[in-house]
Structure formats: structure tokens, C-alpha cells
Design a protein around this ligand. Structure first.
Ligand code: TYM
Length: 350
């Protein structure tokens, strides 16, 4: 039988995907390679929800005007990177009230000990004065669990640093299901094989991060000009071995990181990547090639970004469409949560 006919006769339901990204700081190459690129590449096969998590961003102080700008700028980057509004619902978290509501409801079934054990919280808490740190920072993963569970997401594509948070969302879902009956799909974290942990170019012992994207030489930002990208890659920390191959020796993590970036962008195998550099004369050649593949990947994104930022009304319209779809799914789900818990729904039961 013709395959497409067979497919039509028995259509496989698409897996529901939800992921999120914070509008804090400039989107950098790690966000793109660890998350956004995968969202774009697989949007045809999935049922997609992507959330710009402004409520997560305000767990640390933000300048209001800057936050407003960053939120729209991030939306433009996501569309420019290839998320297609006819295939992916892209929306702003605060436009969809069920997110904040779900967070409260889930707070009441999440033990504090689970949150205090989160690596990201412990790292932040170590450097912050507890008298100044917001409660939101501790509660951050519960808001994130709500983002995921409201959509009955099967899959949550994220970089490696978010894996623990997705695992916590699984634990919260299982606990709620045990307490109140089967309510939530238990989601799977989807971590890319390559690109899941892009390291800082200035210090390959720490992960590339939006929070440090302003530090000279730390990150390639998605909307950097080609000249800027070239300069940042040229400045990248390497080592004195002068050997261009993958390695898990921490002393060689700079070169490993550059090769990893080249590998994800070109889609080549480890062997093919090492072959490409078999006759290279040194790290200068490596940096030139890595810079070139990054520039050819990002230049079209930058061009579309500039166009999208030129028409904020259109951008806002696309985000409203995304929010309407998001409310259509998350509204009934939050009502189901309330009903299971024993809250009286306005206007009667479901
Ligand atoms: P955020 O905004 O820090 O990062 C967005 C995505 O980028 C990935 N990422 C990286 N991947 C590889 N290498 C890096 N150096 C790197 N830096 C960041 C992150 O893993 C993430 O996938 N808490 C989330 C946002 C969030 C969310 C959600 C995610 C809120 N609700 C629900 C999934 C589902 C965060 O702060 O991501």
C-alpha cells in the first residue's frame, strides 16, 4: 500500500512538545545549539508550544523597559531562527494566566526540600545574600513544572542544565497523580546528543550563559554582526597541545568546545569533523573554520530578526495568536487541577 495512504488511514498522533526560554540577557549560541535549533528542526513532526518565560525572568531584578524590549526581541529571534507560527505556538508566559495559577496549586504539593536540593538554586544561593534573594528563585522550578504539565507535554527539549528541572516536573506530576488521581502526563526531557552544553569561549570550564553574554569574549550572541563573531571566536581560549581532535581532558575543553560547535552546526560525525582538520596548520585554521560556519548559520537569522523588529505590531499579533492557542489548552487543564483538589469552579463543575 502507498505509504502516505496508510499514514492517512491511521494517523499517528503527534507528540506534544513544550519548552521555554527566559527573556533575560542576550540569546547566545548555547541557547541556539542546545535548544532552539532542535525546536525548529523538529517542528514539522510535533505539536509545538514554546513559551517566553517572563515570569521566570523576574525571579531576579530586571529593569522594566529592558525586560519589555528583551521579551519582544526574544520573540523576534525565535521566529527569525525558523519557528513558524503556523506550526509552533510561540507565546509570552504572562499572557496566559493559568501558568501563575498552576504554580500556586503545585506549590501546595511540592515539598520545600525538593526545591532546596536543585543544583541551580544551590549555585545561585551560594553567591547571593538570603536576605535579598527572592522567594521566586526557590520556587522557579515549580513555575516551570506548571509550564510543562499544563500542556500535557510528552517531550521537553532542553539543554543539559535544565534536565534536573524537568526531572522535578516529573516528580511533581507523579505526586499530584498519586494524591488526586491521574491528571498529568509525565514528561520526558529531550537532551540533544551534541550541543547540550556549550561552554564559555573565554572560560571553557563554565557553561556559556546569557547572564555573562555582555562579558567580552564569553559568548557569541545570536544577533552579533559577522565581524563581532569573528573577533569572539579568534579570542577563544584554547591550549598549548596544538592538536585538533575531540578530547574529554579538562585542559583541552576549549578546543573540544570549538569542535563541538562545528559538529552541531555542520551535522557531521566526530570522524568527519576530525578529518576536516587533519591538514589544518594550527588553532588559527580551526578558529577560522568555526567562525565561518557560525556566521553562515547566524547571518540569515540576524537579517530576518532586523525585519521582524521593524514591525512590532505584527510581532505582537503573532504572540497574541500563540497566547490564544496556549489558553485554549491550559485553561481547561488548570480547571481540572482545581476540581481534583476540591476548589469550587466559578459557574459550576466541569
Ligand atoms: P534558559 O532561558 O536559561 O535557556 C533556554 C534553553 O537554552 C539551553 N541552554 C544551553 N544549552 C546548551 N549550552 C548552553 N551553554 C546553554 N545555555 C542554555 C537551556 O538548557 C534551555 O533549554 N528554566 C528554563 C526556561 C523554562 C523552561 C520551561 C524550559 C521555563 N519553563 C519549561 C523548558 C520547559 C531556562 O531558564 O532556560
Amino acid at each position: 500500500m502507498n505509504q502516505s495512504v496508510a499514514h492517512e488511514a491511521n494517523p499517528m498522533p503527534r507528540k506534544r512538545v513544550l519548552s521555554g526560554i527566559q527573556p533575560s540577557g542576550d540569546v547566545q549560541l548555547g541557547n541556539y545549539l542546545g535548544a532552539i535549533k532542535g525546536w525548529v528542526d523538529r517542528q514539522d513532526e510535533k505539536d509545538n508550544f514554546f513559551c517566553i518565560v517572563d515570569l521566570h525572568a523576574i525571579t531576579v531584578p530586571q529593569d522594566p523597559n529592558e525586560l519589555r524590549h528583551q521579551t519582544r526581541s526574544l520573540a523576534a529571534i525565535l521566529f527569525a531562527a525558523g519557528l513558524d507560527p503556523s506550526k509552533s505556538n510561540v507565546f509570552i508566559q504572562s499572557h496566559v494566566p493559568p501558568h501563575a495559577e498552576a504554580c500556586w496549586l503545585l506549590n501546595c504539593v511540592t515539598p520545600i526540600g525538593w526545591l532546596e536540593r536543585m543544583t541551580q538554586f544551590k549555585d545561585k544561593a551560594r553567591n547571593e545574600n538570603r536576605e535579598r534573594m527572592s522567594t521566586g528563585l526557590l520556587d522557579y522550578p515549580v513555575l516551570m513544572a506548571g509550564d510543562i504539565l499544563l500542556y500535557s507535554a510528552d517531550e521537553v527539549p532542553v539543554g543539559e542544565d535544565q534536565k534536573q528541572h524537568v526531572e522535578l516536573a516529573r516528580d511533581i506530576a507523579e505526586r499530584f497523580n498519586r494524591l488526586f488521581g491521574d491528571t498529568f502526563v509525565v514528561p520526558e526531557p529531550i537532551i540533544p546528543e551534541a550541543g547540550a552544553r556549550v561552554m564559555g569561549l573565554d572560560d571553557p570550564s563554565r557553561k556559556m550563559s546569557k547572564s555573562f553574554a555582555d562579558i567580552r569574549g564569553h559568548a557569541v550572541r545570536l544577533i552579533d554582526e559577522p565581524k563581532e563573531i569573528e573577533r569572539t571566536i579568534n579570542r577563544a581560549v584554547t591550549d598549548s597541545y596544538n592538536e585538533i581532535r575531540f578530547s574529554d581532558d579538562p585542559e583541552r575543553s576549549g578546543v573540544n568546545n570549538l569542535l563541538g560547535i562545528y559538529k552541531v552546526i555542520t551535522g557531521k560525525t566526530t570522524e568527519e569533523v576530525e578529518n576536516d582538520f587533519a591538514s589544518a596548520r594550527g588553532y588559527g585554521d580551526l578558529k577560522r573554520s568555526v567562525g565561518e560556519v557560525i556566521i553562515s548559520e547566524l547571518a540569515p537569522i540576524r537579517a530576518r530578526y532586523v525585519q521582524l523588529m521593524d514591525d512590532i505590531a505584527e510581532l505582537d499579533r503573532l504572540l497574541s495568536l500563540g497566547a490564544a492557542q496556549a489558553i485554549a489548552v491550559s485553561g481547561p487543564k488548570v480547571d481540572e487541577m482545581k476540581e481534583r483538589i476540591g476548589l469550587v469552579l466559578q459557574g459550576g463543575e466541569l
